[in-house]
Design a protein around this ligand. Structure first.
Ligand SMILES: NC(=O)c1ccc[n+]([C@@H]2O[C@H](COP(=O)([O-])OP(=O)(O)OC[C@H]3O[C@@H](n4cnc5c(N)ncnc54)[C@H](OP(=O)(O)O)[C@@H]3O)[C@@H](O)[C@H]2O)c1
Length: 323
C-alpha cells in the first residue's frame, strides 16, 4: 500500500459506524490515553456510548475532567472516569496504572492513543526526548504494568496509534530507527523524529503480539493492533510548522471520522471473529500493508531491546517488560 492510497482512503465515505457496528459493551472496561481531546476523546465517547466503563487518561485534571463531563452528557453513561498521568513522567504513568489496578477491575481494551507531533526539542522527566517519551516509552511502561490484567481479562485488546508517517520515505528512516543511547539536541529533526516514534509504535505492536503468542499460545485472545486514523483536524497540529499546518488544513477530516478506525479495532467483533492480530488498520477500518522497515522482524526486536535498554538506563536499572 502506498502513501497516496492511504491518503485517498481517508477521503472515502466511511461505511462503518460505531452505533450499528459495535456490540453492546456493557461490562467491558477500557482505558484510553490522551482522552482530554481529539481522537482519544472521540474514542472514549464511542466506547462509552455502547456501555463500556471508560477510564480517560490525561495530564490536566481540568481539561480531562471537562472531557469526561462532556462524554457522560453525550453518551448518557456515567461510568466514565478521569485517570491522571503525565506521559512525560514515568512514575506518574506507573502510578496511574497502580490506581487502576487497585480497583481490582478487569481490563478488556487499552487504547494507547496519546501523542505529540513535531514538538520543539525537549526532554522528559527521565531525560528521554519528548516525542519518543510520549509516543513510545510511556506507552510501553503503561502496557507492561497493565499486561497481567489484560491477560487475565481475555478476550482483550491493545490498540496502538501509529501513523502513515511511519513509512514516509525520509532519508533518515531508511534502515529504520536511529537507536541513540544519548539524546542530542543538535541532531534533532522534529519531523523525522515523529516518523521514528510512529515506526517504533508498529515495531512494538508486532513484537508484543509475537511475544504474547509465544508465551500464551497462538490461540490466546489478546489482540494487539496498530492504527493510522487518517489526517485529522485535532490539536496535534499545534506544534507543527505553521506553513505545513496551513497547507494540510483543507484535507483534514473531523475527529469523529478519524476515531472510527481505532474504535473499530478496539471493540468490533470482527477482530476476534477474523483473528486479526498484529495488523495495521487505516481509514476506514481496513487492514493495510506497512513499510519494509516496519515489517522487518530484526528491526522490531532491535527496537524492543533498545527500549528496555533506555528504560534501564534512564528510568529504573531493573526495568524489564517481562516478556
Ligand atoms: N491527527 C492526525 O492527523 C493523526 C494522524 C496520524 C496519527 N495520529 C495519532 O493519533 C494520536 C492522537 O492524536 P490526536 O490527533 O488526537 O492529537 P491531539 O488532539 O493533540 O490529542 C493528543 C492527546 O495526547 C495527550 N497528551 C500529549 N502529551 C501528553 C502527556 N505528556 N501526558 C498525557 N497526555 C498527553 C493530549 O493531552 P493534552 O490535552 O493535555 O495536551 C491529548 O489528550 C497520536 O498518537 C497521533 O500520533 C494522529
Amino acid at each position: 500500500m502506498t502513501f497516496g492510497s492511504v491518503l485517498t482512503q481517508t477521503f472515502t465515505t466511511p461505511k462503518w459506524n460505531p452505533k450499528t457496528g459495535l456490540p453492546d459493551l456493557t461490562g467491558k472496561i477500557a482505558i484510553v490515553t490522551g482522552a482530554s481531546t481529539g481522537l482519544g476523546k472521540e474514542t472514549a465517547l464511542n466506547l462509552s456510548s455502547k456501555g463500556a466503563h471508560v477510564f480517560c487518561v490525561g495530564r490536566s485534571a481540568e481539561k480531562t475532567q471537562a472531557a469526561v463531563a462532556d462524554i457522560i452528557s453525550k453518551s448518557g453513561n456515567t461510568n466514565v472516569e478521569f485517570l491522571q498521568a503525565d506521559l512525560m513522567d514515568l512514575a506518574s504513568v506507573e502510578s496511574a496504572a497502580d490506581t487502576f489496578l487497585a480497583r481490582n477491575l478487569p481490563l478488556h481494551i487499552l487504547v494507547n492513543n496519546a501523542g505529540i507531533m513535531e514538538s520543539p526539542w525537549g526532554l522528559s522527566k527521565e531525560g528521554i526526548e519528548t516525542q519518543f517519551a510520549t509516543n513510545h516509552f510511556a506507552h510501553v511502561v503503561l502496557t507492561a504494568k497493565l499486561l497481567p490484567v489484560l491477560e487475565k481479562s481475555q478476550p482483550s485488546r491493545i490498540v496502538i496509534l501509529s501513523s502513515m508517517s511511519h513509512y514516509a520515505n525520509l532519508s533518515s528512516q531508511k534502515g529504520g530507527i536511529k537507536y541513540v543511547t544519548s539524546w542530542e539536541q543538535d541532531k534533532y529533526d522534529a519531523f523525522t523524529r515523529y516518523g521514528e516514534t510512529k515506526l517504533a509504535n508498529l515495531h512494538f505492536a508486532r513484537e508484543l503480539q509475537s511475544r504474547l503468542d509465544a508465551k500464551l499460545g497462538v490461540d490466546s485472545k489478546i489482540y494487539v493492533n496498530a492504527v493510522h486514523p487518517g489526517i485529522v483536524r485535532t490539536e496535534l497540529q499545534r506544534t507543527m510548522n505553521p506553513t505545513a499546518a496551513s497547507v494540510i488544513q483543507p484535507i483534514l477530516i473531523s475527529a469523529e471520522k478519524g476515531a472510527l478506525t481505532q474504535t473499530y479495532v478496539a471493540a468490533s467483533e470482527d477482530i476476534e471473529k477474523q483473528n486479526l492480530k498484529a495488523k495495521y488498520f487505516v481509514p476506514y477500518c481496513k487492514v493495510a500493508e506497512i513499510s519494509a522497515d516496519a515489517q522487518d522482524k530484526t528491526q522490531a526486536v532491535n527496537t524492543w531491546e533498545w527500549t528496555e535498554k533506555i528504560l534501564k538506563q534512564q528510568y529504573k536499572p531493573d526495568w524489564t517488560f517481562g516478556l
